[in-house]
Design a protein around this ligand. Structure first.
Ligand code: PRE
Ligand code: MN
Length: 365
């Protein structure tokens, strides 16, 4: 009967499907193995020359009935899927990857924590200019319940003729003020040789955007027992950013916090373009806390509050902003720093929005 014949043919087809599944998965396991070998040798996973050779081999051996172009199309899909598998394996293997460590990393900074669901603020002047300047900001922070004081002592400036920072003297000022007001201090270090020196002054080492791929600096910061705040490079992809964090972790220091600070685009309305979607992506891909620097991403005082709200709403662990007692005379970034009344208004508005709790009591996200 015709129907029996159809059933019989379909049975045979099912059998072939099952064999194909076996074979395709056997191929996938081989591709995974190749991916591991390539990774160990530092080779590119995508290899178009190799793919071309395989397509040619398929063409030479095709006896139909499928057209060669049809088979090649199918195989290109298989190569693509194999590549994705290799990349997935690679991401899973990273120490900073959420696939490797499903739980959030909670970074302890003195008696404070970051990454446990409490929203935090880091504030302070762009550059440390004097004890009095830092102290004035610290008093305002204390009054507002902010626990983290920032200030640049080593300033990687676009022009070599711009103010370069007070160096170690600046770190000392930060430490003294931080101790007086019980604030954790954070400052950027630009040279691997200064990491050891900085340990006695700062509670968090910042690695700035311009140094995100300074691999010697990353390795030096990864070799010490001090939390690191790593800023995204000006033109770094999320993958490059995550790999920079991996450099730090690979040396043993897992106390890493990421900071989105805007990326370079064609847009001129803001200093950089805040990549707000990087926040949930980084939270999904890694187990590290994620900050948003609203000052450097926007470069505009009028955008600090809306972008800070957006950052907290989208799941950032905290917001960084620059505050200076008299921004007009600041030695760096004068156009975008808040003065103290503006900072107080910023905090009040943020708290009123319901996105930020002044007492830093955990609120549900
Ligand atoms: C493979 C996967 C991706 C490359 O672009 C080329 C080939 C494949 O699936 O055949 C395997 C592989 O990584 C390789 O042969 O180098
Ligand atoms: Mn600045």
């Amino acid at each position: 009967m015709g129907n029996d014949q159809l059933e019989e043919l379909r049975d045979q087809l099912d059998n072939v499907n099952l064999q194909l599944v076996e074979l395709i998965n056997e191929r996938a396991r081989l591709a995974q193995e190749i991916g591991r070998v390539k990774s160990a040798q530092g080779l590119n996973r995508f290899d178009p020359v190799r793919e071309r050779k395989m397509l040619d081999l398929i063409a030479a051996n095709n006896r139909g009935p499928f057209e060669t172009s049809t088979l090649q199309h199918i195989f290109k899909q298989i190569f693509k899927a194999s590549l994705e598998l290799q990349e997935d394996d690679h991401r899973k293997a990273l120490l900073v990857s959420r696939k490797k460590h499903p739980d959030n990393t909670i970074v302890k900074v003195n008696q404070e924590t970051v990454g446990d669901g409490k929203q935090r603020l880091i504030a302070g002047p762009c550059s440390v200019e004097s004890y009095e300047q830092v102290e004035e900001v610290a008093k305002a922070l204390k009054k507002q319940g902010v626990k983290f004081l920032r200030g640049g002592a080593f300033k990687p400036r676009t022009s070599p003729y711009d103010f370069q920072g007070l160096g170690e003297e600046g770190l000392k000022i930060l430490k003294d003020v931080g101790q007086k007001y019980n604030l954790a201090v954070i400052s950027e270090i630009v040279s691997p040789h200064d990491i050891e020196m900085a340990l006695q002054y700062v509670d968090v080492i910042q690695i700035g955007a311009r140094n995100m791929q300074n691999f010697e600096l990353l390795k030096a910061a990864g070799s010490v027992d001090k939390p690191v705040l790593l800023k995204r490079g000006l033109s770094a992809t999320i993958e490059e950013f995550i790999n920079a964090a991996e450099y730090i972790h690979s040396k043993g220091n897992g106390n890493i916090m990421l900071c989105e600070r805007g990326i370079r685009t064609y847009e001129k309305a803001t200093r950089n373009t805040l990549d707000i979607s990087a926040v949930p992506i980084l939270k999904q891909e890694t187990h590290l806390p994620v900050w948003v620097d609203v000052t450097h991403s926007t470069g505009r005082r009028d955008l600090l509050l809306p972008t800070a709200k957006a950052a907290l709403a989208i799941g950032a662990d905290g917001v960084m902003a620059e505050v200076h007692p008299d921004p007009a005379v600041a030695l760096s970034d004068s156009a975008q720093q808040m003065d103290i009344p503006q900072f107080e208004e910023f905090i009040t508005n943020l708290a009123d929005s319901g996105l930020y709790n002044k007492e830093n009591v955990a609120i549900t996200k």
